[in-house]
Design a protein around this ligand. Structure first.
Ligand code: ADP
Ligand code: MG
Length: 577
């Protein structure tokens, strides 16, 4: 349970402000997160990490000499937006290119990949390695699908030590991938975490029981069991990890860094009791323990639980692991004096630079702008109705959330169009503004929707109707990957999927306005049908039964927007706008 906050919606921002105020010798605030406040040698590869907030010391606490150069810090448990990742990377870049690394989660992949594309489009070299250490999240044959947990630390640190030693971008990426391949974690949880202002935990574990292999945001575990003794838990963690030794490692004789990570409200004392047995078991297996870590390295807000990471060293990784680190939350060895950077010299990167666009794409950008204006008018008209709908089973903020997001999106699009942006950049700016400003689940999802469409529009040439349909289809897949809802869960997915399917089917034989109008009709019918459903996702889930008979507010607002934009596209006076 969290007890202290001002406005829950401002919590992450205020947390970052306070974190920076307390750690000015290491970090300074930039758009989207933090970068080092110390001098970085020119030409050094910048290691940029990140993810949602709520995992301290991940990710801001790991910025400093010997570790990350910057951290993109999203909202609580929410990926940073593309714009946030991009802005932090621009500020961290010292001319040697940017290396991105983060735990493998759908929303993070979407936003970090889009940021990488944007950096590359500007000529900044960029490579990525996602951390996939959690053995519970997918079988070994599908290791690339695994999510990242406390293994972040070994991968970040290996990459950063290489960067610090002068390795180039390709070499940093190779070493990070190698470290990731030699890092395995496994965890358990005893109780869920409660975000500031939330009335109930995100998930619960039955009293006296333990979820085995549960994810750090409450993703389902692989099993459940009675809470064991400390020694029995050590047996479980070690046996699972010794059951999957990385390629190229031979036990006995292998060197391993064990990291026993607390997830938020487990006591250090409890972890030491568990570690006592872990040390014995590793020794019995003939493993040489190097530099053991017991503490908090990647938490899950106030979740009670722990994970064990084994980092299997070879000579190369052992050499990198010995190098000194000095960050707000993590220190090893002695870094020696590091000069503070002159604030004037390390001003934010020029994140507002608008990529080149041709005239056809600029005309398309004006159409995008008109569509956003139509969207804003639609939300303004229906703001009270959407709020009332959301208060039946949710928290009543859907109308004002959509209003905040859409107005910010329109303002950003206006700026972009004025600066000569093409269609893609205009809609991308709108997407970032929406997700940064709206708050709430729907804000993040509308950011995903708009940025997915943007990617297909391009900044050159007039977008084809089929490109728009591909973008809407990518939006539907992106929203499902991000929010994990499927058709029938009573969310905006119920309106988005039929919209995407109809649009894709119809653009083949009709013009965009006719296809869009047909798709909007399918979306409206599907939104109406959500009245009969019980919600299975999002906030409304907890009070689900109240909502039978009421439309899902997110599905309804999406259908309203789709219909209004359809009418706009079909308007014969449109070209004159
Ligand atoms: P919040 O739920 O954070 O208060 P809003 O009230 O703005 O956010 O939006 C609520 C809407 O968000 C719901 O009506 C539903 O359509 C949508 N939603 C919630 N969770 C999900 C999810 N996991 N996937 C897709 N849509 C979701
Ligand atoms: Mg709401």
């Amino acid at each position: 349970m969290t007890r202290l906050w001002n406005d829950p919606a401002e919590f992450a921002d205020e947390m970052i402000d306070g974190f920076v105020a307390a750690n000015g010798r290491s970090v300074r605030r930039v758009t989207g997160g933090v970068v080092r406040s110390t001098v970085v040698p020119s030409g050094q590869v910048a290691v940029v990490v990140g993810g949602g907030s709520g995992h301290y010391p991940a990710f801001g606490g790991l910025v400093g000499p010997g570790l990350a150069h910057g951290a993109a810090m999203g909202n609580l448990f929410a990926s940073p937006s593309t714009q946030q990742v991009y802005a932090v990377a621009k500020a961290a870049d010292a001319g040697g290119g940017v290396f991105l690394s983060y735990g493998n989660y759908a929303g993070d992949v979407l936003n970090f990949d889009a940021a990488q594309e944007r950096l590359r489009a500007e000529g900044i070299r960029c490579e990525t390695v996602t951390v996939t250490d959690d053995v519970a999240s997918a079988p070994a044959a599908e290791a690339h699908k695994r999510r990242g947990i406390a293994g972040d630390l070994t991968v970040f640190r290996s990459a950063a030590a290489a960067a610090e030693a002068g390795a180039d971008l390709g070499e940093v990426a190779r070493i990070a991938a190698h470290a990731n391949a030699r890092t395995r974690s496994f965890g358990v949880a005893f109780s869920g975490c409660t975000l500031p202002g939330a009335g109930a935990p995100l998930f619960t574990v039955p009293e006296g029981r333990m979820a085995i292999g549960l994810g750090i945001h409450g993703e389902p575990g692989v099993d459940e069991a009675a809470i064991p003794t400390a020694d029995e838990l050590a047996d479980l963690l070690v046996s699972r990890l010794l059951g999957e030794i990385p390629d190229g490692v031979t036990v006995p004789g292998a060197r391993v860094v064990p990291i026993l990570n607390g997830l938020g409200s487990l006591k250090y004392e409890e972890m030491f009791v568990v570690y006592r047995r872990i040390a014995r078991l590793l020794e019995d297996a003939g493993v040489e323990v190097v530099d053991p870590h017991v503490g908090e390295y990647c938490t899950s807000f106030d979740m009670a639980g722990t994970s064990l990471t084994l980092f299997w060293l070879d000579d190369e990784l052992a050499g990198l692991w010995e190098t000194p680190v000095d960050t707000p939350a993590y220190r090893r060895g002695s870094v020696g004096p590091v000069a503070q950077a002159d604030a004037a010299e390390v001003a934010d990167g020029d994140i507002d630079a608008i990529p080149d666009a041709d005239d056809a794409s600029r005309r398309a950008a004006r159409l995008v702008h008109t569509a956003l204006r139509t969207l804003v008018d639609t939300i303004d008209t229906h703001v009270d109705e959407l709020g009332r709908m959301d208060s039946v089973a949710g928290d009543g903020d859907h109308g004002i959330g959509m209003q905040r997001g859409s107005h910010a999106a329109l303002a950003a699009a206006t700026n972009a169009v004025t600066a000569g942006a093409g269609a893609r950049t205009t809609l991308e700016r709108a997407a970032d503004a929406w997700s940064d400003r709206a708050g709430g689940t729907s804000g993040a999802l509308w950011g995903v929707i708009l940025s997915s469409i943007a990617t297909e529009l391009g900044d050159a040439g007039a977008p084809e109707p089929t490109a728009v349909a591909r973008g809407v289809d990518a939006a539907a897949r992106g929203v499902m990957a991000y929010g994990k809802a499927e058709v029938g869960d009573k969310t905006l997915v119920d309106a988005l999927v039929p919209f995407a399917e109809t649009l894709t089917a119809q653009v083949a034989s009709r013009d965009l306005a006719a296809a869009w109008t047909a798709a909007a009709k399918a979306s409206t019918e599907a939104a109406a049908a959500t009245a009969d459903l019980l919600p299975r996702m999002g906030r409304a889930r907890t009070h689900g039964e109240h909502s039978v008979g009421t439309l899902d507010p997110g599905a309804h607002s999406l259908a309203l927007i789709a219909s209004a934009v359809g009418a706009m596209l079909a308007d014969p006076t449109l070209e004159e706008n």
